[in-house]
Design a protein around this ligand. Sequence first.
Ligand code: UT7
Length: 314
Amino acid sequence: MTGSRILALGHYQPSRVVTNDDIAQFVETNDEWIRDRVGIVSRRIAGDETVADMAAAAAGKALANAGLTAADIDLVVVATCTAVDRSPNVACRVAAKLGITAPGAFDINTACSGFAYALGTVDHAIRAGASRNALVIGVEKLSDFTDWTDRSTCIIFADGAGAAVVTAAAEDEPAGVGPVVWGSVPDKGDAVRIEGWRPYVKQEGQTVFRWATTALAPLALKACEQAGVAPSELAAFVPHQANTRIIDGIAKRLGIPDAIIAKDIVESGNTSAASIPLALSKLVERREVPSGAPVLLFGFGGGLTYAGQVVRCP
Ligand code: UT7
């Protein structure tokens, strides 16, 4: 049972940039409030692109960056909570778009923690011998589920996709995907919701904020401990991009003053399951983290759910 490692990443964002001033044209808000309270300066909002279009675009780039072809992929797992179609799932749509002919293909919905759940699941599949080369994708088109008259949510959510090619590690190679620490707080399920018909994102922001800034740091430290990595060794921390104040609050409690702290939220908004692979892909593309360096991923959100693991940078 060999472990797995991330071979390469890719990401996709719609071309349309929406600034805080743009949003202040149609709801009562302002640039200063959004920067201070959430940390967002601008976000990307999709046009005609579907969730599957964005996922396939990110996955295609990850495949190319990995030097693999569609024929090499035997498993496609997509984390999303914004697929409009009930069937086929997004993973099958992505496989069809990329010409991956017979992969295992399924979607995971744990909202904003989805990518870390999907990566943990794929790591387990590879360890069990059920896959050799997999695509793990986080993608959201939250603009389809946003009430654009509600200033408490429409300033936050955005669209995009990030993808990783995950491969079996060699026998003599240390695992590049550490043990996943995952869990949930079901009795706080009403704190983030996309429910009913027609569904819009609703959240009790302060409930989630308090939970995220108090409960998550010990769980993130557990992921480090299970990977055998001291927090001081981390090259980077890539949490779900929900709020820069939450990111700073968790990072402070982890005690990682020298690590790079991903804050892609500033220019990308909150893209739920896409936020971690999007931020990680950009760090790797900009060569900010050396290959092989340990990076802590930690997702949290609707459910409430959380998941995280330490990965080695491709
Ligand atoms: O990714 C999914 C998981 N979700 C999260 O992690 C979200 C976690 N929560 C948060 O990030 C923050 O709670 C928010 C950014 C959602 C809200 O920030 P807050 O500091 O908790 O603000 P608040 O909801 O307590 O609202 C404070 C004030 C209120 O006015 P009053 O009642 O004090 O007069 C709001 O009506 O700010 C008002 N407000 C706004 N003002 C200007 C709410 N939204 C806005 C806005 N512009 N867009």
